[in-house]
Design a protein around this ligand. Structure first.
Ligand SMILES: [Zn+2]
Length: 380
């Protein structure tokens, strides 16, 4: 007997006649102890994740038919139908909600304060019991919330589906990039098998990226609670990670097959699915702090010529791109270099070739934290 079931989650009608819905696909014995949650398309304009989630669902369906799903697996193959509806001049603009301009992957509800209140004098030395109690309380807090807007309801629904999972994977992509991963500092190296299996060219670690992205809404509360209750045994019980599946146009069959296959092997190795995953490859890229990422920024308007490809190693002070300013001394051929402030792997760059002051045109994963980063470590 198969275990797969599909649930529908309706979002409130934001404009007359536009009610949208989410689907969550559930596998595994409902009473299984552990749970993994995977979603794609939270930034709705990032295509590769949809393909990888769709292929993974095929693989899971096959495993389910063979009775091989051991734990609970939940997949939301399209996490943001609001963003998908935001077409502007022939392209989807799915990163920010058009109604309030808030990034769909920011400002998830931070349950820390409410949890801390509810958990007073209730936690002990048994980590398993503590995890179960914390998840129960988190579930109660979420049930009591009454989101109003369409986007708030979307975020609340996604967090409700994910908050009690042991593993949460949020599938995104960058503009042009290596496959890379974001996760909590406390989750490394325990979560290194994810980065290694996915073949990540960089893994960026932070305990608090700022502005509460989806992955941290699931993971950060564990180390925050451990800080608030130092006497209690509170593990980092949720391996939540944002997996950036290269660039927006990296939708080839080979990538889809490779990434879905690697997610499957990761789940197999972690015991969510029966069968033996192949030996874990060697770690090729040590994790680095998110605070060490140089968001290389243009300082003038012009046209970009990249000197570096994603995957190139760059040195501090080295130029990664040139900016041509066609109206500045025409005929002189002057170009402005854009310089990296750190040494490391150049793991992402812009997909278009236009620069303006303040625009991030590339990202370098440096080993040392950079000065003056402030509390917001992610891009807009
Ligand atoms: Zn994204």
């Amino acid at each position: 007997m198969t275990t797969c079931s599909i649930r529908e989650h309706l979002l409130p009608e934001a404009a007359i006649g536009t009610a949208r819905r989410l689907l969550s696909v559930h596998f595994g014995p409902p009473d299984a102890a552990r749970k993994v949650y995977i979603q794609a398309g939270l930034h709705a304009d990032e295509a590769p994740g949809y393909l990888v989630a769709a292929r993974l669902l095929e693989l899971l369906g096959r495993a389910d038919a063979a009775g091989e799903i051991r734990e609970r697996i939940v997949v939301v193959p399209v996490a943001n139908p609001i963003g998908l509806g935001q077409w502007t001049t022939d392209s989807v603009q799915g990163r920010f909600d058009n109604s309030d301009h808030i990034n769909f992957n920011r400002r998830y509800y931070d349950m820390l304060e409410e949890l801390t209140e509810r958990l007073q004098d209730r936690l002990g030395q048994d980590a398993g019991e503590n995890v179960a109690l914390i998840r129960k309380c988190a579930g109660e807090i979420l049930v009591a919330k009454e989101p109003t807007t369409e986007a708030e309801t979307l975020k609340h629904t996604l967090l409700t589906l994910s908050h009690d999972a042991d593993v949460v994977l949020d599938l995104h992509c960058d503009h042009q990039a290596l496959l890379h991963v974001y996760m909590g500092t406390a989750l490394w190296p325990a979560g290194a098998d994810l980065s290694v299996q996915m073949g990540a060219g960089a893994t960026l670690l932070a305990n608090d990226s700022g502005d509460m992205p989806f992955d941290e809404a699931n993971s950060k509360l564990w180390w925050d609670l451990a800080k608030n209750f130092p006497e209690a045994a509170i593990p980092s019980a949720c391996l939540a990670a944002t997996v950036e599946l290269r660039g927006v146009a990296d939708t080839g069959l080979e990538y889809t097959e490779q990434d879905a296959g690697n997610l499957y092997f990761f789940l197999q190795r972690r015991g969510f699915i029966a069968g033996e995953a192949p030996p874990l490859p060697n770690l090729t890229a040590e994790a680095t702090p998110l605070e060490g990422v140089d968001y290389i920024t243009a300082t003038c308007a012009g046209i970009l010529t990249y000197l570096k490809q994603p995957g190139d190693l760059v040195q501090k002070g080295e130029a990664v791109a040139l900016v041509t300013q066609p109206m500045n001394n025409p005929g002189k051929g002057e170009k402005q270099p854009i310089i990296s402030r750190t040494s490391g792997v150049f793991f992402a760059r812009s997909a278009d070739r236009f620069a303006r002051p303040g625009k991030i045109i590339g990202k370098v994963a440096g080993v040392e934290p950079l000065e003056g980063k402030g509390p917001y470590l992610l891009t807009f």
